[in-house]
Design a protein. Structure first.
Length: 136
């Protein structure tokens, strides 16, 4: 009998969470919602997608929002990282700086669109690795 949900903590579970964050980031922006909130969801999608690959490969990861650190760890393990995934490291700034009110420049709709594009690419890449379409 097939499982409806992935095994908790598995690569598939992390990937499902990444897809959930990407879906939230992709929702139409309501007036009450800030672009900062949506780019945070995009960053979370990329982060969880990368951590899904760590789980797949049986690697340990530090609970960090730093996409560059996560990518380097995967690369050090022998996994080639596509250029678009390397470009997604710019999403790291959305993990902390934009989450709370303060003296930051507001995120623009253009920055949001770029964040969504990059996060979508990371999630798609991770899904390919996990489903065996790319080499782990």
């Amino acid at each position: 009998m097939p499982r409806d949900k992935p095994i908790p903590g598995s690569a598939e579970d992390w990937l499902a969470r990444a897809k959930g964050n990407l879906a939230l980031a992709s929702q139409s922006k309501l007036d009450e919602v800030f672009w900062e909130d949506l780019v945070f969801q995009a960053q979370q999608a990329a982060e969880k997608a990368m951590k899904a690959i760590y789980r797949l490969k049986g690697l340990q990861f530090r609970y960090t929002h730093d996409l560059e650190e996560l990518g380097k760890g995967l690369e050090d393990s022998g996994l080639p990282i596509p250029l678009i995934v390397k470009e997604a490291v710019i999403l790291t700034k959305y993990a902390l700086q934009t989450r709370y009110p303060g003296p930051i420049e507001p995120v623009t709709e253009e920055e949001y669109q770029e964040a969504l594009r990059l996060a979508g690419a990371v999630v798609a890449w991770a899904e390919g690795v996990i489903k065996g379409k790319s080499s782990p």
